[in-house]
Design a protein around this ligand. Sequence first.
Ligand code: TYD
Ligand code: MG
Length: 470
Amino acid sequence: MPRSRTRRRTVWVCQSCGLESSGYYGRCPSCGAWGTMVEQAVDATPATGDAKGTGAPVQELSRVTSAERTRLSLRSPEFDRVLGGGLVPGALVLLGGDPGIGKSTLLLQAALRLASEGLRVLYVAAEESPEQIRLRADRLGKTSDGVLILAETALDRAIEIAQELDPAILIVDSIQTVFLSSSESSPGSVSQVRDCTAQLLQFAKRARTPVFLVGHVTKEGLIAGPRVVEHMVDVVLYLEGERFHQHRLLRAAKNRFGSTNEIGVFEMTDSGLLDVSNPSALFLAERASHAAGSAVVVTLEGTRPILIEVQALTSSAGYGTPRRIATGFDATRLQVLVAVLSKHAGLKLGEQDVFVNVTGGYRLVEPAADLGVALAIASSASGLPLDDDAVFIGELGLAGEVRSVHGLERRLQEAARLGFRSAYVPASARISSPVSGLRIVAVGSIAQAVSSLAVRAVQDRLSHGVRREE
Ligand code: TYD
Ligand code: MG
């Protein structure tokens, strides 16, 4: 947008956190990084907003139309779920993730689906050539006339074209490779990324066109560029996954139009990302039956319960402090659980290395998994398997008590649906209606859990072990 009365001034911008200052610092006063301040010329007029404002009328709140009614579905239940039920008009969505994780694939697939229904999508390819995108589309088994590819890194021109074409969605891949000619810094720099986002924000709001921005994640796990970009956009999505696993998780780190608890699960196949409507089946697919050290936990992601297998392995430690190593589970939490097991369930783990692995590359964050993780450790320590068709739900307190968790009934229903026959739940939990096909075992403490029916054998073995030691 041409701007009159533009004045230039120079500022020092931290390349790590985006702090702007009028003077130079060897060490950024905001994030503490050394040698990251770079001198940059900026417009004295603010990057966002118009001097005259938007010219919007004052209106009664009750007459403002709700965005709910006008959400655009991306024809993928998993994608829509994370967005809070589809795309809101004028929403600016940042999609972040490691290189090669599938960001471009996810967006191109959405574009192709919309285009096959007659909608027009403008895909600004600032990283790849149109030929590369065509190859990807061929791999996805679809091409459609409705997807318009614009290989352009000059954002001013891309926005001009978008204004003319008025697409249903604009995709910019990626925000780090486009630039504004009015901004002198190089593409990918803090001020360039911020100014480009500001321009796209203006476009999205004015044209009421949803805009997707692809952003790369740096080593520190943040989207490269200033944090301020995350503040400017409406929705921040992360596509995550393990390199050697097929599934991808889409999470919302921020969502002005919905919850940030929901996750979308996809599977990367030879023909693109497929929605996984039953993630538990995916995570439990390779479970070995009657294996010691394995427990199934039920985690609740937003409104959806997901069943996941946790594996534990204990083995005698060599010299030095025994190791407690967790993959997909918080290491500090693991230490706490080992301490609780030693103190309150009588397990001798002082000279044992303890390893915990959440299968499928999933990251378990909910305390509701405590009981399952602790029992998996107890099972491995004893060499005896837990109940094969049981799930374990409950948080562990430091006194060894099993504490209640939210959404218990929903978790139980999912376990029953997947064919599990029993569920170990906190004794304090109230279950208003029985879940058909599921035997409920109420456990009040970890000591009780270890000595309960399912792990009776575990306990027998432990006490034999103790007797042998005597
Ligand atoms: P891509 O979308 O290019 O990742 P990003 O944009 O996040 O950098 O995805 C690249 C990876 O996905 C690449 O390793 C190949 C793989 N892939 C498949 O396995 N199946 C497919 O159908 C497609 C298109 C890609
Ligand atoms: Mg890409």
